[in-house]
Ligand binder design. Sequence first.
Ligand SMILES: [Zn+2]
Length: 134
Amino acid sequence: MKIIKTKNYSKVKKQAEFTTMEIGYEGEKIRVPATWEICDNCRGSGASSDYMGEISDEARHEMMMENTPGGNEFEEYMGGAYDKKCESCDGTGKVLEVYYEKLSPEQREYYDEYSEGQAELAAEDDMRRRGIEF
Ligand SMILES: [Zn+2]
């Protein structure tokens, strides 16, 4: 039996699906409005062959010479046979994002402060990695 796997991007539309998510520090998390956004990394397919990098002409030729049940290795690659689960969305094709426009003023304040704090932590981490003491 021949299994044809197709990637159908046209099926994936930007959804206005409504939900909530938790943000904040451990012990003081708050629940805020959130939406599901299509994952940028895999464009919603939930899988990606990016880890393989660019396929060179030589490699492609070799793959085409390699016969497999689905035709040849290159055809299978194009059909997604070598795709791995997308890490950004854990294979779901979508990611949960804070719906900023729907936050209450208090939630916005908390979220802004939290994001700022997270950015500072990331900056400190970065400095530590580069060996800068402060
Ligand atoms: Zn993804």
